[in-house]
Design a protein. Structure first.
Length: 235
């Protein structure tokens, strides 16, 4: 059993969540060899994970939890402990399956055919604030954002008129914030996801609305989607 008391020399505090305790213990044993990682516990149920996650900053959650608990656990952990980032393990290489976890708030995933090295690299990357998704999943996510933008258009009526001088000059960070707005995240949730101060996120949102010349977050999402569709149609 792993020591549950976090130590100062271990920056990454990992909670392993697997329905099969033996598999959780095997994963914990592998991670013990990492000098920057400490396993703070192994949970086997949704309720155990919620209770034990307070001691962690990374939750390594098996997708094999029964009753679709892994999908429900990700947003529950993030809401209860904003400092915890979730990595889901054991997924098939299916864009649809992966995308639903990304939309639920996970910061990374490990496929069932991935190596131990890949799992450890993902843990380090997510802890460093990187969102770990493949290019194909990123493309699927963008398609999903476009779908949500179309829904926002319908909800808010006619989209704002497009400018005549091309795409507004949003910075990469502003586009990242806008994509999370399109997923329905609040400013606080975006701050946690991007490891930013809440005030910084509010400033980004203000600049986005100002650059797009719109008055609401929903209009900003609909505006950019319509603009990008317009630009794509000319290519």
């Amino acid at each position: 059993m792993a020591d549950k008391t976090p130590r100062a020399d271990h920056a990454i505090q990992v909670l392993v969540v697997d329905e099969v305790r033996l598999m959780g213990n095997v994963t914990a044993s592998v991670l013990k060899n990492e000098s920057e990682v400490q396993v703070v516990g192994c949970a086997t149920t949704f309720d155990e994970a919620i209770t034990m996650a307070a001691q962690s900053n990374i939750a390594l959650v098996s997708s094999s939890l029964p009753n679709n608990d892994a999908l429900a656990l990700a947003p529950a952990l993030i809401k209860a402990y904003p400092g915890v980032k979730v990595i889901v393990t054991g997924l098939t290489d299916s864009e649809t399956a992966i995308l639903q976890y990304v939309e639920a708030g996970v910061s990374g995933y490990v496929l069932r055919d991935d190596s131990v090295h890949k799992m450890i690299a993902t843990i380090h990357a997510v802890y460093a604030g990187e969102a770990v998704i493949s290019p194909s999943v990123a493309a699927a996510l963008m398609a999903r954002l476009a779908e949500l933008a179309e829904m926002a258009k319908t909800a808010s009526g006619e989209p704002p008129m497009l400018p005549t001088d091309g795409v507004p000059d949003l910075t990469p960070r502003e586009r990242e914030v806008l994509s999370l707005i399109a997923l329905g995240l609040s400013n606080s949730e975006i701050a946690v996801r991007l490891t930013l101060e809440l005030g910084t996120v509010k400033n980004h949102v203000h600049h986005i609305l100002e650059k797009l010349n719109v008055s609401s977050r929903q209009d900003a999402v609909a505006y950019l989607a319509a603009l990008e569709d317009s630009v794509s149609a000319t290519l």
